[in-house]
Design a protein around this ligand. Structure first.
Ligand SMILES: *Cc1c(COP(=O)(O)O)cnc(C)c1O
Length: 390
């Protein structure tokens, strides 16, 4: 018997924040009215704080990939040499996008489950690279990349730095302006706890200047046009009004977690993800699973490998059928080998303990591992106790 129809533990979408659901249901307003303009301007101002930048932040009605495409189409010209740092499926998306817009990508890759060797990044960077693309966290492998260190290397060149922070925002501390991140991208179905359909991105002055001369075609995702409209409190085309209302409510909620201070609320959200990720890792290792990304684990999600000869799909299926708990299998060649659980936005200590309690049953009865009930939960509780200095 499951009280909830489903519990999403996936790295996007996440469970929906109730306050955001109410705001979405109430959002039947027209987008060329003072009511909408007031709401849109409020949300854009909140997003700047959430991203943590003085740069413009734009909101697009598209899934996260739309903002990735906008970064490529607005910043590059056909024939441009760019550098893509890839360590998984989302890094490979940058390669596909760069090629689709006629760029010539140099690709520096790290094996699945690992992050980049900084000396190799330094060696791969060439003066002719116009843009460097990477993920903050590679969700397909649950790896976190060292954006600060990579930004330092890119900062020694003229290249623009574009970071897909779609699962990094809300799970990683960034200093966008201090590190010199020219574009940082987020998505609605991740740490901000609302449905898919919105992406947002911060854009530096250097990136705006590059758009003056870039020649790739763009129409729906014309960032200069969006910037002009945003200054008037509008978007170029009909925006996803209900999602924007939901985003405003979610950001209010995050601020409310720190007495109304959104910057502090953002920090608390990131810290929460980090503690839950560490607790989840400890719990799953205590059950006999192997971390897929032991050297650079993300706080956005945890990926674990099942023991040799077992299929991670069996874990995903059993969690769903027994507990209505939805996790993610590995993508592509990682399917069947790993499964992933998220710590984005919505999840807290109670969710983590519940997940690990369910995992004990699955490890014992579905996979036949020697489990003593409580062993994963106890390991997670210790991590939590240490984090809150109990
Ligand atoms: C979810 C995600 C995306 C965006 O995917 P969409 O399906 O377009 O929203 C991009 N990059 C990363 C790292 C992600 O986790």
């Amino acid at each position: 018997f499951n009280v909830c129809s489903s519990d999403l533990f996936t790295p996007g979408p996440t469970p929906l924040l109730p306050a955001a659901q109410f705001a979405m249901a109430a959002a039947d307003i027209h987008h060329r009215t003072p009511e909408f303009r007031a709401m849109f301007q409020k949300v854009l101002a909140q997003l700047k704080v959430f991203v943590g930048t003085k740069n413009d932040v734009l909101l697009l009605s598209s899934s996260g990939t739309g903002a990735m495409e906008a970064s490529v189409s607005n910043l590059t010209s056909p024939g441009d040499k760019v550098l893509v740092l890839t360590a998984g499926k989302f890094g490979e998306r940058w390669v596909g996008l760069a090629k689709a817009f006629g760029c010539e990508p140099d690709v520096m890759s790290a094996p699945y489950g690992q992050t980049f060797d900084l000396a190799a990044v330094k060696a791969a960077l060439k003066p002719e690279h116009r843009v460097v693309f990477l993920q903050a966290t590679e969700t397909s492998t649950a790896v976190r990349h060292d954006v600060e260190a990579i930004a330092k290397l890119v900062g020694q060149t003229d290249a623009l730095l574009v970071v897909d922070g779609i699962t990094g925002l809300g799970t990683t501390h960034f200093d966008v302006d201090g590190w010199g991140i020219d574009v940082l991208i987020g998505g609605s179905q991740k740490a901000v706890m609302i449905p898919p359909g919105l992406s947002y991105l911060s854009v530096s002055e250097k990136a705006w200047a590059a758009m003056e001369t870039s020649k790739n075609p763009r129409y729906y995702f014309d960032l200069r046009k969006e910037r002009k409209n945003a200054a008037k409190g509008e978007s170029a085309y009909t925006p996803a009004v209900a999602l924007i209302a939901g985003l405003g409510a979610a950001l209010d909620y995050i601020a409310g977690q720190a007495g109304g201070d959104l910057e502090k609320g953002r920090m608390a959200l990131v810290d929460n993800a980090q503690v839950n990720a560490a607790a989840t890792r400890a719990g799953l290792v205590a059950l006999g699973f192997t971390l897929f990304a032991p050297t650079a684990p993300a706080a956005a999600a945890t990926a674990v490998a099942v023991p040799e000869g077992m299929n991670s799909g069996d874990v995903v299926k059993a969690l769903k059928s027994r507990f209505a708990l939805v996790t993610a299998n590995g993508q592509g060649e990682m399917q069947g080998k790993i499964f992933r659980v998220a710590h984005l936005g919505f999840f807290d200590y109670l969710d983590t303990v519940a997940l690990l309690g369910a995992m004990e049953h699955i490890a014992k009865h579905t996979l036949g591992l020697p489990v003593v009930y409580g062993q994963a939960v106890a390991a997670a509780q210790q991590v939590y106790a240490d984090a809150v200095k109990e």
